[in-house]
Design a protein. Structure first.
Length: 115
């Protein structure tokens, strides 16, 4: 099983980034997918969730209206579009797949929002 995140980097406040997470080794379309983040000295925070079919999504209050989670089951990939980024969005972002009593994690990608 592999989850590989990409798309992180340094961006100015107000800017945008699109994170991707490519999955392999399991039946991607059967699993809910989530994005978490962890800032230095803080606990890991659930940012967004998408159902296996992509119909249902949920967001943390801190990102609602700015971030959008989506998935392409044909490409085994989940995305996180992040707009109007703020310095407090700075964190390592992790992709997570869960279902059937299993929980898979990616290695994370750093997002830094700074001028």
């Amino acid at each position: 099983v592999q989850l590989v995140e990409s798309g992180g980097g340094l961006v100015q406040p107000g800017g945008s980034l699109r994170l991707s997470c490519a999955a392999s080794g399991f039946t991607f379309s059967s699993y809910y997918m989530r994005w978490y983040r962890q800032a230095p000295g803080k606990e890991r925070e659930l940012v967004a969730t998408i159902s296996n079919g992509g119909v249902s999504t949920n967001y943390a209050d801190s990102v609602k209206g700015r971030f959008t989670i989506s998935r392409d089951n044909a490409k085994n990939t989940v995305y996180l579009q992040m707009n109007t980024l703020k310095p407090e969005d700075t964190a390592v972002y992790y992709c997570n797949a869960y279902g059937y009593g299993r929980d898979y994690w990616g290695q994370g990608t750093q997002v830094t929002v700074s001028s």
